[in-house]
Design a protein around this ligand. Structure first.
Ligand SMILES: [Zn+2]
Ligand SMILES: [Zn+2]
Length: 342
């Protein structure tokens, strides 16, 4: 089969590899669409703390069940499928509690094992979800990032009547803004440094947007949103200290801060403010089964429109060009997808 392999930072080669064969409880998916994630881009630049070449990236995919292992029940050849791309031990405390996104040995398909920038990918049968008939393959490939947003929003707790600030308007930030509105937020304020992404934020359901390169976020929030500060902040940038610094400043007392962005290095936070304002600071990492179900349902019911997010589609042969395209269009590229097969 054909696959696109990251062999060194900034070097992806298209190569032939043996088609994977399923173990007893595994399934082979013939890939249709696979999105390029922010973490794929970090890995491409050699800057992801947990992803290292050589590897076939790609964990946001839709496809068709091509082959099933001998002990697999309930998953059938020819089924249209999306996959929760988590490999978990099933034995550690959190696995047994059902919080397997916190597994001690968590691996992500396409991050620590070969992923879906390939014609075929091997996955555990129990992580396969059927795609509803009225959901197309391209939209279904958004299930994974929508599930990330659903999990993050649930981590924040009830949002009804709340003023919610979403820092960063990449795919995850935009989806967190959309899901926050669906889950009852009274007002969502999105930030970014690019006007194009802020326009998309408005289309996704944000009520107000702030270009933090031009405007002081602190001034904006206290003047135009609430003199007390916001109730909830989602950090969806990752990697820079400014966002968390801002987050603890613009919250009201007793607010919640959810860290969704990935930080490769430690950053400083004013813990004095966390204590004095009685802030709740929480992390959010991937998703569990229910988040995936909810994500599929939000897409099926057209509660989330992914069209403003789908920036451009490339073929499997063009994976290297797709990564270059993202680098050269940081201001407008939101989700770039690979169409592996029609
Ligand atoms: Zn991802
Ligand atoms: Zn585990």
């Amino acid at each position: 089969m054909k696959c696109a392999k990251l062999v060194a930072p900034r070097k992806i080669v298209i190569e032939e590899a043996p088609k994977p064969t399923p173990g007893p409880h595994e399934v082979i998916i013939e890939v249709r669409y696979c999105g390029i994630c922010g973490s794929d881009i970090h890995a491409y630049h050699g800057r992801h703390p947990f992803i290292h070449p050589p590897i076939v990236l790609g964990h946001e995919f839709s496809g068709v069940v091509h082959e099933v292992g001998e002990s697999v029940e309930y998953v059938f050849r020819g089924q249209r499928a999306v996959v929760e791309p988590l490999l978990t031990c099933g034995r550690c405390l959190n696995c047994r509690l059902g919080d397997y996104n916190r597994c001690k040995e968590l691996k992500v398909i396409g991050c620590q094992t070969d992923g879906a920038f390939a014609e075929f990918v091997k996955v555990p049968a129990h992580r396969v979800f059927e795609i509803p008939d009225d959901l197309d393959f391209l939209t279904a490939a958004f299930t994974e990032p929508v599930a990330v947003a659903v999990h993050a929003v649930k981590r924040a707790g009830p949002l009804a009547g709340n003023k919610v600030l979403v820092l960063g308007s990449g795919t995850i930030g935009l989806l967190v803004a959309a899901v926050s509105k669906i889950y009852g937020a009274a007002e969502v304020i999105s930030t970014d440094i690019y006007d194009y992404k802020l326009d998309v934020a408005l289309r996704m359901g944000a009520d107000q947007v702030v270009n933090v390169r031009r405007e002081s976020l602190e001034e904006y929030i206290f003047k135009h949103v609430d003199p007390e500060g916001v109730d909830v902040v989602f950090e969806c940038v990752g990697g820079v200290k400014e966002t968390l610094e801002q987050a603890v400043k613009v919250t009201r007392r007793g607010a919640r801060v959810v860290v969704v962005g990935v930080f490769g290095k430690p950053v400083e936070v004013n813990v004095g403010l966390v204590q004095d304002k009685e802030l709740e600071v929480k992390g959010s990492a991937v998703y569990i089964f229910k988040d995936f179900l909810d994500a599929i349902e939000l897409l099926r019911r057209r509660r989330i429109d992914v069209r403003p997010l789908a920036t451009k589609v490339f073929s499997l042969d063009q994976v290297p060009d797709a990564f270059k395209y993202i680098d050269e269009h940081r201001d407008t590229a939101i989700k770039v997808l690979i169409k592996v097969k029609d």
